[in-house]
Design a protein around this ligand. Structure first.
Ligand code: PLP
Length: 283
C-alpha cells in the first residue's frame, strides 16, 4: 500500500511518526473514516465538517485545507487503485516533550492517511443480520469528539466476539448510547424509527445524518430520544449505521430475537436508498 504521512506519499513500511507524537502518548488526536465506492468518496463534506469540529474542540490546528485533504484522499485512491473500501485519516496534535499540558508554541499537527480495501456493498451481514450483546458504556463523557481514544470500544467489541456475537451496544443508565463503532436504532411497535438524540453521549454519525433525512423523506416517523434495552428487546426491528457498514440490521440482542429474528424491512430499504444516494452524490 501507498500511505500518506506529513506531506509525503510512501510505501506503508516507510511511513514514520515520532514516538513523542501526542497521538501515541496521550491519544491526543482525532480521525475520520470515509468510505469509497466505485473509486469515489462517500459523504466527504460531512466527514470534513466533523473533523473541523473535532479539531476545534481540542484546539488542534488544521494540518491542511479542505481542498488539500480532498486532493490527498483522491491521490490515495488512485495510487492504491482503490475501488471499494475505506480511507482512514488521523490528525494528532504532533510531537512534543511528554507533558500533560498542551504544548505551546510551534508544534505541527501530524497528518496520516491510509486505505483499507473491503467489500462494503455486498456484506453477508446485510442478509443475515448482526447479533449483539449489551455492555456498560464506560467511555469518557465527550463521545461527540471523534478521538483516537478507542480502548474501551475495542475492549467491548472483543468481549462481544468472545461471547460469540458480532458487536456490542453500550448502555448508560438503562439506555442505549450507541454501538462500539456505530449509531444504534430501533423501529418500535408503532413503526417509528427511534434513535438517541445528539449530545456529548454519542458520536454525531455522518451516516446517521443522511439516514435520518432519508427516513423522514420516505415518510417514516423519526423520534430522536433515548431508548432503553427493554424497548430494544421489544422492538420490531433494530439496526446500526456507520460509514463503513452503511445500514446493517440487528437480529438478536442479548440472546433474544428482535422481531422475527431476521433483517427488518425498514433496515433493508434504508440500506438500499442510502447506498443509492451515496453513490449518486460521491465525489
Ligand atoms: N459511533 C461511534 C462510536 C463510532 O465510532 C462511529 C464511527 O466510527 C459512529 C458512531 C458512526 O459514525 P459515521 O456514520 O460517521 O461513521
Amino acid at each position: 500500500r501507498t500511505v500518506y504521512v506529513n506531506g509525503v506519499f510512501c510505501p506503508e513500511n516507510q511511513g514514520v511518526v515520532s514516538i513523542f507524537d501526542r497521538g501515541f502518548l496521550f491519544a491526543d488526536g482525532v480521525y475520520e473514516v470515509t468510505s469509497v465506492l466505485d473509486g469515489k468518496l462517500i459523504d466527504f463534506s460531512g466527514h470534513m465538517a466533523r473533523l473541523r469540529r473535532s479539531m476545534a474542540e481540542l484546539s488542534i490546528p488544521a494540518p491542511a485545507s479542505e481542498d488539500e485533504l480532498l486532493s490527498i484522499h483522491r491521490q490515495l485512491v488512485d495510487k492504491n487503485a482503490l475501488a471499494e473500501g475505506m480511507i482512514y485519516m488521523q490528525v494528532s496534535r504532533g510531537a512534543a516533550d511528554r507533558d500533560f499540558l498542551f504544548p505551546s508554541g510551534d508544534i505541527r499537527p501530524s497528518l496520516v492517511l491510509f486505505t483499507q480495501t473491503g467489500q462494503l456493498r455486498d456484506r453477508p451481514a446485510a442478509r443475515t443480520g448482526l447479533r449483539i450483546v449489551t455492555l456498560p458504556d464506560l467511555r469518557w463523557a465527550r463521545r461527540d469528539i471523534k478521538t483516537v481514544q478507542l480502548l474501551y470500544p475495542s475492549m467491548a467489541k472483543t468481549e462481544a466476539k468472545r461471547r460469540g456475537v458480532d458487536d456490542a451496544w453500550l448502555v448508560e443508565d438503562g439506555f442505549v448510547t450507541e454501538g462500539t463503532s456505530n449509531n444504534a436504532y430501533i423501529v418500535n411497535a408503532e413503526g417509528a424509527l427511534v434513535t438517541r438524540p445528539l449530545s456529548p453521549a454519542i458520536l454525531p454519525g455522518i451516516t446517521r445524518t443522511s439516514v435520518l433525512r432519508l427516513a423522514a423523506e420516505t415518510g417514516l416517523a423519526v423520534e430522536e430520544r433515548p431508548f432503553s434495552v427493554e424497548e430494544a428487546l421489544a422492538a420490531r426491528e433494530a439496526f446500526i449505521t456507520s460509514a463503513s457498514s452503511f445500514v446493517l440490521p440487528v437480529v438478536e440482542i442479548d440472546g433474544q430475537k428482535i422481531g422475527e429474528g431476521v433483517p427488518g424491512e425498514i433496515a433493508r430499504r434504508l440500506r438500499a436508498i442510502y447506498i443509492d444516494e451515496a453513490v449518486r452524490t460521491a465525489v
